[in-house]
Design a protein around this ligand. Structure first.
Ligand code: ASP
Length: 590
């Protein structure tokens, strides 16, 4: 086989007259009576090939048989396109290649979906024929962007003195709150390795080993119910720094994100990023990862309605609930139908309902007028900073529930009223969330679990709360949120073995069990562990944030929501002998 002289994205007007050899896929064949055109495609672009049937009837006959996605090679001569046929949108749009010889290297079966019409194909079909889907230029661009950003990451950390060190995939479990994927040992029947949910313990041990600054672009595995932005195996940029404080960790991550957004979008962002307290973002936006490209902050209005006789509100408050409101600027003119649509939107966000109140130039309007004292309404309007022309929306009920519902509702309101342009890359919103609680308490069982992971330190000012109100202890964990998506999470760690043992004890992990599961870490901490902190960047999510695509679009070979790979058909049964060798019997549910 001859080697190509150029790729399909390379030829320009200055190449006119050259004899070339090109190889690639038939993107499209068009028969325009007198002329036959073939668009030849590869990763680098498309080049228009042309055959003149009256000049070369045999060649035309041959070219006529070509179909989409056949692999061909051609010899030809680069010609300038006639004036009316220049395509300014195509880098090769000023030329075409007149074929002198054509060889079919491989044929293609009838396509399960047309590449140009992939949007019409089901995702199952696209995943099953992933190699076809990945031939699409958009998909290739995403993989190439991913590669580019991975290079930015490697250069950044290398430049700042970090070393990339691989940690094992077959490990003793590292808990990140999900279920482990496990690998059976043949040599030790009945014993298992876990695939890492993250390299957390290993990177801490690298700090104890004196490696000082570590990073790794690494696959992590978590067996959990998959949500839209999750995959059972996903990639993190894992980072750890010895003798670190929060400012140091934030600064290196901020410098990286400046480079990522410059490389990905060509935008310049300013640092340092704002730091918001967990409690404040939860109370103001109902989420620990609010999208702050738009406003719509909440105000707690409970105190303004304590005297009200309006039953729905007073009974909610009497039973310990809250009234929380927000103001939608300039929307006091909505019709009754539009208001009732908003009520539906509130319900689909998990709220029981929403109380609308319009502030017009003539005063308040809406169903609350007359039922709630004007003075109370005035105070509520002042609290949400409403002006004449604005619409006030209020939710009432159990505080934690309405905050959560309003958080979802707020995002939907932003879409409904076009409060920001989701496709604009200008002014992305990036901020840190700090002062997360160290523990979460299950409202029903009362059980505490780590909000981040059990190796996260806490704010020593809260020592006195550890035994009495552990859920009020502030941790040293942090997240970075960009445009409503959590891209980083990390913490300053515990480096004192006694404190680490204390956290295990608070998590109700008996000392023997802690010894069994984490004994090696506790032991390592006793051999001179430096203070340390770090973070992990969700790499797939970062690429998603840059492209706006789904998580399955940014991973070459992703899995479905049921953790299946449709292309190769896994998971699947294995050779019974393999199970025998591992002393494993399978008892599937009936
Ligand atoms: N291991 C953590 C995670 O995967 C990140 C960190 O604390 O560095 O979320």
């Amino acid at each position: 086989m001859k080697r190509r002289t150029h790729t399909c994205g390379q030829l320009r007007k200055s190449d006119v007259g050259q004899t070339v050899h090109l190889q690639g896929w038939v993107h499209r064949r068009r028969d325009l009576g007198g002329l036959l055109f073939v668009d030849l495609r590869d990763r680098y672009g498309k080049t228009q090939l042309v055959v003149h049937p009256e000049e070369s009837p045999d060649l035309a006959k041959h070219a006529h048989e070509l179909h989409a996605e056949w692999v061909i090679e051609i010899d030809g001569i680069v010609m300038a396109r006639p004036d009316g046929m220049i395509n300014k949108d195509m880098p090769t749009g000023e030329i075409e290649v007149k074929i002198t010889e054509l060889t079919v290297l491989n044929r293609c079966l009838p396509l399960p979906f047309q590449l140009d019409e992939a949007a019409k194909a089901t995702e199952e079909l696209r995943l099953k024929f992933r190699y076809l889907d990945l031939r699409r230029p958009e998909m290739q661009e995403t993989l190439l962007l991913r590669h580019k950003i991975a290079n930015v990451v490697r250069e950044h950390f290398t430049g700042e003195g970090f070393a990339e060190i691989e940690t094992p995939f077959m490990i003793k479990s590292t808990p990140e709150g999900a279920r482990d994927y496990i690998v059976p040992s043949r040599v030790f029947p009945g014993q298992f390795y876990a695939l890492p949910q993250s390299p957390q313990i290993y990177k801490q041990i690298l700090m104890i080993a004196g490696m000082d600054r570590y990073f790794q672009i690494v696959r992590c595995f978590r067996d959990e119910d998959l949500r839209s932005d999750r995959q059972p195996e996903f990639t993190q940029v894992d980072v750890e720094i010895s003798f670190a404080d929060q400012d140091m960790v934030f600064a290196t991550a901020e410098r990286l994100f400046v480079k990522i957004l410059r490389a990905g979008w060509g935008v310049d962002i300013t640092t340092p990023f704002p730091r918001l307290k967990y409690k404040d973002v939860m109370e103001t936006y109902g989420s620990d990862k609010p999208d702050l490209r738009f406003g719509l902050p909440f105000s707690n209005l409970t105190d303004h309605f304590r005297q009200t006789e309006f039953r729905i509100i007073s009974s909610a408050i009497e039973s310990g609930g809250a009234v929380i409101g927000l103001c939608v600027e300039g929307q006091a003119g909505l019709s009754r139908k539009e208001i009732s649509d908003l009520e539906e939107l509130a319900k689909s966000s998990g709220l029981m309902g929403i109380l609308p109140l319009k502030l017009t130039a003539e005063g308040f309007a809406g169903s609350l007028v007359g039922k709630v004292a004007d003075d109370d309404l005035r105070k509520a309007a002042a609290a949400v900073k409403a002006k004449p022309g604005d619409l006030i929306l209020m939710a009432f009920g159990k505080k934690s529930e309405i905050l959560k519902g309003l958080g979802v509702f707020r995002r939907k309101l932003a879409d409904r009223f076009h409060l920001f342009d989701p496709n604009s890359h200008e002014n992305p919103s990036l901020f840190w969330v700090v002062d997360f609680p160290l523990f979460e308490r299950d409202e029903e069982t009362g059980e505490v679990s780590p909000s981040h992971h059990p190796f996260t330190g806490w704010n020593r000012e809260d020592d006195h709360l550890l035994d009495t109100e552990p859920w009020n202890v502030r941790s040293t964990a942090y997240d970075l949120v960009m445009n409503g998506s959590e891209l980083i999470s990390g913490s300053i760690r515990i480096h004192d073995p006694e404190q680490q043992a204390k956290v295990f004890q608070m998590l109700n992990i008996a000392p023997e069990i802690a010894e069994l599961r984490f004994g090696f870490l506790l032991e390592a901490l006793r051999y001179g562990a430096p203070p340390m902190g770090g973070l992990a960047i969700g790499f797939d999510r970062t690429i998603m944030a840059l492209t706006g695509g789904s998580i399955r679009d940014v991973i070459a070979f992703p899995k479905t929501n049921l953790a299946q790979s449709l292309m190769d058909g896994c998971p699947s049964q294995v050779d019974p002998q393999l199970l025998k060798d591992l002393y494993i019997t399978v008892n599937p549910p009936k």
